[in-house]
Design a protein around this ligand. Structure first.
Ligand code: NAD
Length: 367
């Protein structure tokens, strides 16, 4: 199969982690007989520095003509004082909108080897396997009007949360479809006691649930969900929520399973999917060679599964990551006490080694 991808390394640790993810993809292509065709383009701060636009036209064009996009992260303190539309994050929001990527899937899984990396007791976190389904093109991040107006000292800031029935219904259906392939439970998270958007959200999700009689739907306010996520994470199956609540709860889920550096994501629903680790550009550790590349590497598994239906290849990457963790390798964010940290590039090398072992085992068995 031709794997025609655009790679957007972005800022901070983005290039470090996507570099390793691309090497893993190369190993997969080699082992499973696929052809990898890559274009590297700028986004975020890197694009602002090059052409003063966080999403240059040639980057968008490359993404639109690819089968999938692999992104690192955007964001840099150098642009903190820039107006909203000229910040690195604006490039990513525009990319998601241009690609129609309304469904953000963020799995949070506790790897057995990492039970001791969670700040929670091992017996609480063991078996955690959550699929967060976050609406990605609505809510406060996109709503108009938005502004900061007035004179210094008496300025007023405005953001707008808007949700239409069709936007709620299409993301709800993604969550229910996923739940059918999992443990048949959807928890819809909102703030219906306070927000009109949430009241409509709850009504539409409840209506959609009628088409999925096998799926058990429950509702929870976001504040209560945040508490339950740390009290009993393994009770969660599919967690469906709007844009900002999903952004916050998925970082929290990263903390629960050990580190944000582990979490992968898929942004799908439009013609071209965007795959990226959940974490940001981590300027505090950029350039030190210590970033955890596993979130980016696991994002390539989601890319192969959702954009190319290559389930065997996706599982090979996930099993390789498990194997490397089982053998005791730990990037710096997952080390405890006196454990030795494995560098970004060495983690990547060990995953590739495991991919090759698993692929040749599979070939031997099928021979
Ligand atoms: P962040 O995710 O970059 O970092 C939070 C903490 O987690 C930091 O201590 C960081 O060192 C650590 N961390 C993150 N990823 C890691 C990894 N792979 N390995 C090891 N440690 C890791 O969030 P932040 O500090 O709030 O934001 C930094 C910048 O990233 C900001 O400009 C923000 O806007 C941007 N951001 C971008 C995205 C994105 O591109 N999708 C997402 C979130 C934040």
């Amino acid at each position: 199969m031709l794997l025609n991808l655009t790679i957007l390394p972005g800022d901070g640790i983005g290039p470090e982690v996507t570099g390793q993810a691309v090497l893993v993809l190369r190993a997969i292509a080699e082992e499973f007989g696929h052809q990898l065709q890559l274009q590297h383009k700028n986004i975020g701060g890197a694009a602002l520095a090059a052409v003063s636009d966080p999403l240059p036209p040639d980057t968008l064009q490359a993404c639109l003509s690819s089968s999938a996009v692999l992104l690192g992260a955007v964001g840099s303190p150098a642009y903190d004082h820039y107006p909203g539309h000229l910040r690195p994050e604006a490039g990513l929001l525009r990319l998601r909108r241009e690609l129609g990527a309304y469904a953000n899937l963020r799995p949070a899984i506790c790897f057995p080897a990492l039970e001791d990396c969670s700040p929670l007791r091992a017996d609480l976190v063991r078996g955690t396997d959550i699929m967060i389904v976050r609406e990605l093109l609505g809510g406060l991040y996109f709503g108009e009007p938005r502004s900061i107006e007035g004179i210094p000292g008496s300025r007023v800031a405005t953001n707008t949360m808007t949700y239409g029935e069709s936007a709620i219904e299409r993301i709800a259906r993604i969550a229910f479809d996923l739940a059918m392939k999992r443990r048949q439970k959807v928890l819809s998270v909102d703030k219906a006691n306070v927000l009109e958007c949430s009241r409509l959200w709850r009504e539409v999700v409840t209506r959609c649930a009628k088409d999925y009689p096998g799926v058990q739907l429950s509702h929870m306010y976001v504040d209560s969900a945040a508490m339950s996520l740390v009290q009993r994470p393994k009770d969660f199956d599919v967690l469906l929520t709007e844009n900002m609540f999903g952004d916050i709860l998925s970082d929290q889920a990263g903390g629960v399973v050990g580190s944000l550096g582990l979490l992968a994501s898929a942004s799908i629903g439009g013609p071209v999917g965007v795959y990226e680790p959940v974490h940001g550009s981590a300027p505090d550790i950029a350039g030190k060679g210590i970033a955890n590349p596993l979130g980016a590497i696991l994002s390539t598994a989601m890319l192969l599964r959702h954009s190319f239906q290559l389930e065997r290849e996706a599982a090979c990457i996930e099993n390789a990551v498990s194997a490397v963790l089982n053998r005791g390798s730990r990037p710096a964010d997952l080390t405890r006490d006196n454990q030795k940290a494995t560098t970004t590039s060495e983690m990547g090398r060990r995953v590739i080694e495991a991919v090759k072992e698993l692929a040749s085992d599979a070939k031997r068995k099928s021979a």
